[in-house]
Design a protein around this ligand. Structure first.
Ligand code: ADP
Length: 556
C-alpha cells in the first residue's frame, strides 16, 4: 500500500474515489478468492481448471502491482486499468462456469461500480462496455448459431443491471462532489472572513495601543475583555505597593483633591459594569501624598446588532496637567479675592451705618439698598472662591458632634424664606423628627444652604419648593425639590464638577459660578454620605443628601 498518498486511514483510503486503489483491489480479490473456495466445494474441477486458476492468479498479481505502483505520481485516468482488468478476469471466470454463469457474472459488479464511483457517468459507460465485451459477447458467441431472444436477454441482463446501478452510483458521486465543492467554497469564504477579522482586530489593537488615553473594555458579564498600554501605565499610579495586577476595588482611588477614598460601587469600572453611562467623572489615582494623577473617566455601553447590551468601554484621560494649571489660576483668583474681601467688608459695614443712620432720604435709600445687595453678592462670590481654594489646599475638614439634622434643616429653611418670598415661591416643609447623627453642623448647614439657595435661584417666580427630612434605611435623608428650570440628562452628568454650569442656567441668565454643588458633594462625602439628583428639563429638580446614622470613625 506504499503507493497511497491519502493518510485518512485504511477506511478513508478505501472510500476515496480518486485513491485507495490497492485497498479496493485487495477487497475485490479477497472477495473473489473466498467465493471461489465456496464454489470449489461442489465444482472443484471448474475452479481448479487452467483458465479459472489463471484468472485468479492474474487478480492476485494485479493486487500486488496496485500495492507497488505510486498512484499519486501517475495521471488519475490510469486507475481505470485496474477495474477494467478485474472485469476481464471476472468474464474469464464466468466463461469457465458457463452452466452456473449467473452467480459468477456478479463478480464483475464490484469493479464496474468502482469505475462509476471513480469516473462518474464516463466510468459507468466504460464499465457497461467492458461488461458487455467480457460477459455478454462470450455468451452470444458460445450460443452461436442458436441465438434466440432468451440468449439475447440473458446476455444483455448483466450489462443492463450494471448500467443502471452504475448510473445511480455516478449520480450520487456527482451530487457528493458538488456538495463538497460548495462546502469548500463556503469554508474558503469563512477563512477569508476570519483572516479579515483577525487583521481588523490587530489593526484596532495597534491603534488602541498607540492612543495616549487609557482604554478598558468590559464584556457583558462585567469581566475585563481588553486593556490598552496607556491604561496599564496609568493604573500603576494607583496600585498598592507589591500588587502587580490589583482588582479595581484595591486601587488607591480618591475623590480629587481630597483624602476620601472612592467607594467601591462609585469607581468608574464598577459604574460602567452597572450599565451606567457617564462623562468627565474625575478621580484621583494614587496615595494621598506623593505622586498621583487626576484622571477623567467616561463610559459608554456597547450595544450589539440585536440591541442587547454587549459590554462597556471606559476611557481614562490623564488630566493632571490641566488640574495643575487650573490650580495655579485658582491660586491667583484666590489671592485677588483675598485682597477684595477686606475693602468689600468695609464697604458693607459703612453702607449699613449710613442706611441705619436714618438721615438718608427714602429715594436714595432704595439706591443704597441696590448697592448693598450687589456688594453682598460680590462678597458671597469672593467667600465662595476662597472656600474653594481652602478645600483645594487642605481638603474638607470636619469636626463631628451629635446633631439633629431636622432641626438644622428647619433653621436653614427659615433663613431662606425671605429670599423665597421675594420671588413669591411657595415653600412647603415635610420635616420628620429624626435621630441625632454625628456630623459637622456648620459644614452640613453649608451643604443644605447651597441646595436651598439653588432651588430659589433656579425656580422662576411663583414656583414651588418642597423640603423634606426623614429617616430612611438607617440614614437621615434630606430632600430639596423645586419646580424650576431643571436639567437635561447630559447636564446632570457633570453637575458636581467644579465651575460647571448648565447651558440651561446660562440661557436663563441666572448668575452663578459653579462651585456650590462641588463643595456640597465634598462635604457629603466627608460624612460618608451620598448626594444624588433627579431632574427633568423645564419641570424641576430634586437633590437628595443621605447621611448614614452609624458612624465608624471621623473622616477628615
Ligand atoms: P452656581 O449655582 O453658583 O452656578 P452650583 O455648583 O451650585 O453653582 O451649581 C452648578 C450648576 O448646576 C448651576 O450653574 C446650574 O446650572 C445647575 N443647578 C444647580 N442647582 C440647580 C437646580 N435646583 N435647578 C436647575 N439647575 C441647577
Amino acid at each position: 500500500m506504499s503507493g497511497e498518498r491519502d493518510d485518512a486511514g485504511w477506511l478513508g483510503r478505501f472510500a476515496s474515489a480518486s485513491g485507495g486503489v490497492a485497498a479496493k483491489q485487495c477487497f475485490f480479490t479477497g472477495f473473489v478468492l473466498a467465493m471461489s473456495l465456496l464454489l470449489a466445494v461442489s465444482r472443484s474441477s471448474l475452479v481448479f481448471s487452467g483458465p479459472y486458476l489463471a484468472a485468479a492468479a492474474a487478480l492476485v498479481l494485479m493486487t500486488v502491482l496496485t500495492g507497488v505502483v505510486r498512484w499519486a505520481s501517475i495521471p488519475h485516468g490510469w486507475i481505470a486499468v485496474v477495474p477494467l482488468f478485474d472485469i476481464a478476469a471476472a468474464g474469464l471466470m464466468r466463461d469457465v462456469f458457463r452452466a452456473d454463469a449467473a452467480a459468477v457474472a456478479l463478480f464483475a459488479f464490484l469493479p464496474a461500480l468502482w469505475l462509476a464511483y471513480a469516473f462518474g457517468q464516463r466510468g459507468n459507460l466504460m464499465a457497461t462496455a467492458a461488461v458487455t465485451l467480457a460477459i455478454s459477447l462470450p455468451t452470444v458467441v458460445r450460443a452461436f448459431p442458436d441465438i434466440d431472444s432468451v440468449v439475447i436477454t440473458r446476455s444483455l441482463l448483466v450489462p443492463m443491471v450494471v448500467a443502471q446501478m452504475g448510473f445511480m452510483v455516478a449520480l450520487a458521486r456527482s451530487r457528493t462532489l458538488a456538495e463538497r465543492a460548495r462546502t469548500r467554497a463556503l469554508l474558503g469564504e469563512k477563512e477569508e472572513l476570519l483572516s479579515a477579522a483577525v487583521t481588523q482586530e490587530r489593526l484596532m489593537e495597534n491603534i488602541i495601543d498607540t492612543i495616549d488615553m487609557g482604554i478598558l473594555v468590559l464584556d457583558r458579564n462585567g469581566r475585563v475583555a481588553m486593556i490598552n498600554r496607556a491604561h496599564q501605565e496609568l493604573s500603576r499610579y494607583a496600585s498598592p505597593p507589591g500588587q502587580e495586577t490589583p482588582r479595581e476595588a484595591d486601587l488607591l482611588m480618591r475623590f480629587p483633591n481630597t483624602a476620601i477614598p472612592v467607594p467601591e460601587d462609585q469607581r468608574p469600572i464598577a459604574r460602567a459594569a452597572d450599565c451606567e453611562t457617564f462623562s468627565n467623572y474625575v478621580v484621583g489615582f494614587g496615595p494621598t501624598r506623593g505622586r498621583g494623577r487626576k484622571v477623567s473617566t467616561s463610559a459608554r455601553q456597547i450595544i450589539d446588532v440585536d440591541g442587547q447590551r454587549d459590554g462597556a468601554v471606559i476611557v481614562f484621560a490623564d488630566v493632571t496637567p490641566y488640574f495643575d494649571a487650573a490650580r495655579r489660576q485658582q491660586r491667583f483668583v484666590a489671592a485677588v479675592s483675598h485682597e477684595l474681601r477686606t475693602p468689600l467688608t468695609s464697604i458693607l459695614g459703612y453702607l449699613d451705618l449710613v442706611m441705619d443712620g436714618g438721615r438718608v432720604p427714602a429715594e436714595d435709600l432704595a439706591h443704597l439698598e441696590v448697592v448693598s445687595r450687589n456688594a453682598e453678592q460680590l462678597l458671597t462670590i469672593v467667600e465662595d472662591l476662597l472656600a474653594t481654594q481652602s478645600v483645594q489646599d487642605s481638603g474638607i475638614e470636619i469636626s463631628r458632634t451629635s446633631v439633629d439634622l431636622s432641626q438644622l434643616t428647619r433653621r436653614a429653611v427659615e433663613s431662606m424664606r425671605h429670599e423665597a418670598q421675594a420671588k413669591q415661591l411657595n415653600v412647603a416643609e415635610s420635616i420628620d423628627d429624626t435621630p441625632e447623627v454625628s456630623v459637622d453642623p456648620s459644614r452640613m448647614t453649608q451643604a443644605i444652604d447651597n441646595l436651598l439657595s439653588n432651588a430659589v435661584k433656579y425656580t422662576p417666580e411663583r414656583g414651588g419648593i418642597t423640603v423634606s427630612v426623614r429617616e430612611h434605611h438607617g440614614a437621615v435623608e434630606i430632600r430639596v425639590s423645586d419646580t424650576g428650570i431643571g436639567m437635561s440628562p447630559e447636564e446632570q452628568t457633570n453637575l458636581f464638577t467644579q465651575y460647571y454650569r448648565t447651558p440651561t442656567a446660562r440661557q436663563h441668565h441666572i448668575p452663578g459660578h459653579g462651585l456650590g454643588l462641588s463643595i456640597t458633594k465634598l462635604i457629603v462625602l466627608a460624612h460618608e454620605g451620598q448626594i444624588s439628583v433627579r431632574s427633568t428639563e423645564g419641570a424641576g429638580s430634586t437633590f437628595t443628601i443621605r447621611i448614614p446614622q452609624l458612624r465608624r470613625s471621623s473622616v477628615s
